[in-house]
Design a protein around this ligand. Structure first.
Ligand code: FAD
Length: 565
């Protein structure tokens, strides 16, 4: 008998699973249920449709139900919501949302890909007009129509995750003055604070106000406008609110069918994407999978994993063994002129899970500095202190960030170490890179740390230092101090004069050399230690310090005394 496969949810994971299943088995009976009107649409393009970067709505439709039916011979039922799974009788109950009637459909196997719904907390006033979520094409049409017709002057985006940031950018493109309200003290939660701080500075420069550490408490109306009130007593008046607070896995069907749910609320699956019921598989935003680096259960709401899992589930349903070995949560997001990307574990995740790590910061040019148009990128590498294995990476910059993060994501999947990064032979010509690519440089710096050629101190350790025993020593040139600013209370000795100044230094103190980005700090550190001084290089130099300055000030009254504005 041919397999009868039901697929619930028809976008990223569901549509991929359906197409793969048909390619593997021409005889299988495949029915795909989708609650909405569209299957296989580009959720990731929605913010850009609102911003009119993508001009035509049809461009968001990767395929239509008719085209998919024709190509894959799949019974596609749109406006059809599966409302229950009867695992005992191996049947589902389906509601035809147009006709309003329900019916039952039997199955041999199910692949669940119901996705995740935007969180809409019960804030007072949340039911007011002009407060929108963004998940699907109708949502994007409502928001776009509101902007086209009502011409809002100002917006509040609640939530500084990637959807919030993309929405902020696209609202600004439409001429809407935008404020981001975020309960955490940073945007882009997968990043560590000091890397996110580069994004904060960029948003500010581009006129987007960030209300960080501010949670929304309620919404109210003032004539035609909305007042967003925060827990810090701030009232922000605006014309439109976009809620991008986060998402919740759509686990109701699975829960009610008795499938096991994980601790994050996602459907529990094994590496074959099978749930606790042997005939039901689940994929995408609704499932909990293994974090590739930590091995712990995690949720990733990303299109790449959803698509891959759809393919893997279809393989296994149709008898071909295929495994999902874990997620790196690799993300990249465009924030106006910046590209912000991360892969693997962040420092805060490793710290939280007591997993040992070391970090390195490097600031490198996107391509050869002598070729016009090079811009700097900040790279944070997180790696194992014992083996040098790469555990995670974060990059923020204007150009070339996406290719570097992909190299690092590949390196993590290949269990590579920072020593391997030193050796990687990456394509080079002046318009694209440097003979020592930013990835090689990150590898050099990280291995210097492992080999003890450099001893670093990170920005977040500054607050704990006793400033009677430690001295910051700024190795930059005077012109750099004049343009970029200084850390008050530091000793200024340009690197080229350091050797002559050594007799004036105090061997009873520890020096913390730094420069703009770290290279001269490293050279200064080598000069100091080889001349019998105690030294620790300030990792990432003044650039990394600047990003984290606000937090250093806030967290350490002692540092505040020494490191004033
Ligand atoms: C605005 C936006 C921008 C994004 N940008 C990016 C990006 O740049 N990069 C990235 O990697 N990811 C991005 N994502 C996330 C990505 O779209 C999701 O991770 C991916 O779509 C998840 O796939 P899925 O199949 O699990 O769920 P979805 O693609 O959400 O599909 C689930 C479908 O199931 C249907 N459904 C649910 N329950 C039922 C039921 N009981 N019966 C019938 N149908 C049902 C829903 O109507 C929905 O259409 C973005 C998401 C949004 C909303």
């Amino acid at each position: 008998m041919p397999t009868k496969l039901l697929i619930i949810g028809g976008v990223a994971g569901g549509a991929t699973a359906a197409a793969r299943a048909r390619r593997l088995d021409e005889r299988a009976e495949i029915i795909l249920f989708e609650r909405g009107e569209h299957i296989s649409f580009a959720s990731c393009g929605l913010p850009y449709y609102i911003g009119e970067v993508i001009k035509k709505r049809e461009r968001l439709l990767v395929t239509t139900a008719e085209a998919f039916r024709g190509r894959y011979n799949i019974d596609i039922r749109i406006f059809s919501e599966v409302i229950a799974i009867d695992t005992k009788n191996k049947q589902v109950e389906v509601k035809n949302l147009k006709a309003g009637e329900t019916y039952r459909e039997s199955y041999d196997k199910i692949i669940l890909s119901p996705g995740a719904e935007p969180v809409r907390p019960p804030f007072k006033g949340i039911e007011l007009d002009n407060i929108f979520n963004l998940r699907n094409i109708p949502d994007s049409e409502h928001i776009k129509a509101h902007i086209d017709i009502k011409r809002p002057e100002s917006a509040v985006v609640v939530g500084g995750g990637f959807i919030g940031l993309e929405m902020a950018e696209n609202l600004v493109r439409r001429g809407v003055k935008t404020t981001i309200v975020e309960i955490l003290d940073q945007v882009m939660a997968p990043l560590d604070y000091e890397m996110a701080a580069i994004v904060h500075a960029h948003l500010k420069k581009k006129g987007i106000i960030c209300e960080l550490g501010n949670g929304v408490e309620s919404f109210s109306k003032k004539e035609d406008r909305i007042i967003v009130s925060t827990n810090k007593g701030k009232d922000i008046e605006c014309d439109i609110v976009i809620l991008a607070i986060g998402i919740r896995p759509e686990n109701r069907l699975a829960r009610e069918a008795g499938l096991e749910i994980g601790k994050h609320g996602g459907i529990k699956v094994d590496a074959t994407m099978r749930t606790s019921d042997p005939d039901i598989y689940a994929v995408g935003d609704a499932v909990e999978v293994k974090d590739f680096v930590t091995g712990l259960p995690t949720m990733t709401a990303l299109a790449g994993p959803a698509n891959k899992q759809g393919r893997i589930a279809a393989d296994n349903v149709l008898g071909r063994k295929s495994l999902f070995r874990g997620t790196l949560g690799s993300t990249v997001v465009k924030v106006l002129n910046l590209t912000v990307a991360s892969t693997g574990a962040s420092e805060k995740v490793l710290k939280h899970n007591n997993i040992p790590y070391l970090v390195s910061y490097t600031h490198s040019g996107s391509h050869a500095s002598y070729y016009p148009g090079a811009t700097m990128m900040a790279i944070k590498l997180v790696f194992s202190p014992s083996s040098g294995k790469i555990l995670g990476a974060q990059i923020v910059g204007m150009k070339g960030v996406d290719k570097r993060i992909d190299v690092l994501a590949t390196a993590i999947r290949g269990a590579m170490t920072v020593y391997d990064l030193e050796e990687l032979e990456l394509a080079y010509a002046p318009p694209y890179s440097s003979a020592k690519d930013p990835i090689n440089i990150a590898g050099f710096v990280a291995t210097n740390i492992l080999k003890g050629d450099i001893e670093n101190i990170n920005w977040d350790e500054l607050g704990d230092l006793n400033w009677d025993k430690n001295i910051l020593i700024d190795l930059r040139n005077q012109d750099e101090l004049d343009t970029a600013g200084v850390i008050e209370g530091t000793l200024h000795v340009p690197l080229n004069e350091l050797r002559q100044k050594l007799p004036e230094l105090d061997k009873g103190k520890r020096y913390i050399p730094f420069c703009a980005i770290g290279l001269r700090g490293y050279l200064g550190h080598r000069v100091l230690v080889q001349n019998g001084f105690q030294s620790k290089n300030l990792s990432g130099g003044y650039k990394t310090y600047l990003g984290a300055k606000e937090k250093i000030m806030k967290e350490s009254p002692q540092t505040r005394l020494w490191l004033s504005e």
